[in-house]
Design a protein around this ligand. Structure first.
Ligand code: UDP
Ligand code: MG
Length: 313
């Protein structure tokens, strides 16, 4: 019999765990053609998420739990889920019920009918999210496509179904900063979209504050694109050009007599600030990539597992 795992990253989700588990359980009980399990990843939660998950695992052998030693982040949590998954199929889903678990059977059916390796879910609507979140997500997905060498499907989160072949390929990715939806697109094979409406969070609040959003977006861009480096070079060229034109202008102006050196104070300040800014900006871009090299060279683990429930050694 084919097997299916549902991978659920959880960080401080005590308000939603019980509901999330019961709705998932109901859906999975309805799938008789597959042998199913749930893998929860407790990403170093500071509330009662850990105890709640362990209690669920104790009562239900269909539930496995990985407890991280501290908070490593959403992407490392999903990565761990994929690494520890041994099933033929896996669905990645958030704990907060924004992605309805009731869609899982439809995803499986879609995968079977299309013979697809990936069924990725495209958000047609986003309910109950702030204007800022929606607009920043819109800009993010569009600029990612502009920057990167691969074409990513727009408005697609990590909610998706992947098969064994994709999981095996995913395991070969040694990079520490993982932008999972990007990597899965990059892997290729047959990927089909599934349009759905994203719901409001069931309870609790978002675990992605602005700082985490920025970190997530910069990992995505820097790991998938060298365009910022190219932009830095182009910026350098443009400013050199401006410099030459301005030099010629002053030189000719001196000869012909339409500029007076003494009146050049403000243009001097403007130029100093402008070139100073361009230099800092380009050095900053370089620094970002060097920072990534630094992190990758250290080769630290992406996450540390403290405790496992219901995993056989
Ligand atoms: N999450 C996590 N570690 C983190 C932040 C978030 O495992 O450091 C989980 C969180 O519990 C949820 C999922 O990632 O299941 C998505 O987070 P959230 O719903 O807060 O993000 P949003 O939907 O607001 O973008
Ligand atoms: Mg959410």
């Amino acid at each position: 019999m084919e097997t299916l795992s549902v991978i659920v990253p959880c960080y401080n989700e005590e308000a939603v765990i019980a509901e999330s588990y019961s709705r998932l359980k109901k859906v999975l009980d309805g799938i008789t053609a597959l042998q199913t399990e749930i893998i929860f990843i407790n990403d170093g939660s500071k509330d009662h998420t850990a105890e709640m998950l362990s209690a669920i695992a104790l009562a239900d052998k269909q539930v496995k739990v990985l407890h991280f030693s501290r908070n490593f982040g959403h992407q490392p949590a999903v990565t761990a889920g994929i690494h520890y998954c041994t099933s033929d199929l896996a669905v990645i889903i958030d704990a907060d019920l924004q992605d309805p678990p009731e869609l899982i059977p439809e995803l499986v059916a879609r995968q079977k009918s299309e013979q697809a390796n990936v069924v990725y879910c495209v958000r047609e609507k986003r309910r109950g999210e702030s204007f800022f979140k929606k607009i920043s997500a819109r800009i993010f997905y569009r600029s990612m496509n502009y920057l990167s060498e691969v074409d990513f499907p727009l408005d697609t989160g990590d909610f998706r179904l992947i098969d064994r072949q994709v999981m095996d390929e995913f395991k070969k990715f040694r990079e520490k900063g993982k932008y999972i939806r990007g990597i899965i697109s990059w892997i290729g094979f047959k990927q089909v979209p599934f349009v759905y409406q994203r719901q409001a969070r069931f309870a609790g609040e978002t675990k992605y504050p602005l700082s985490k959003m920025i970190q997530f977006a910069s990992t995505a861009m820097l790991y998938f694109s060298k365009k910022p480096l190219k932009l830095a070079t182009s910026l350098g060229f443009i400013t050199v050009l401006i410099g030459i034109i301005y030099a010629l202008y002053t030189l000719i102006g001196k000869i012909v007599g339409f500029t007076h050196a003494l009146s050049g104070w403000s243009s001097l300040i403007i130029l100093i600030i402008f070139f100073g800014g361009v230099q800092l900006l380009t050095v900053g871009v370089l620094g970002q990539y060097i920072g990534i090299l630094f992190d990758e060279v250290k080769d630290r683990p992406e996450y540390i597992v403290d405790k496992k429930d219901n995993f056989q050694e």
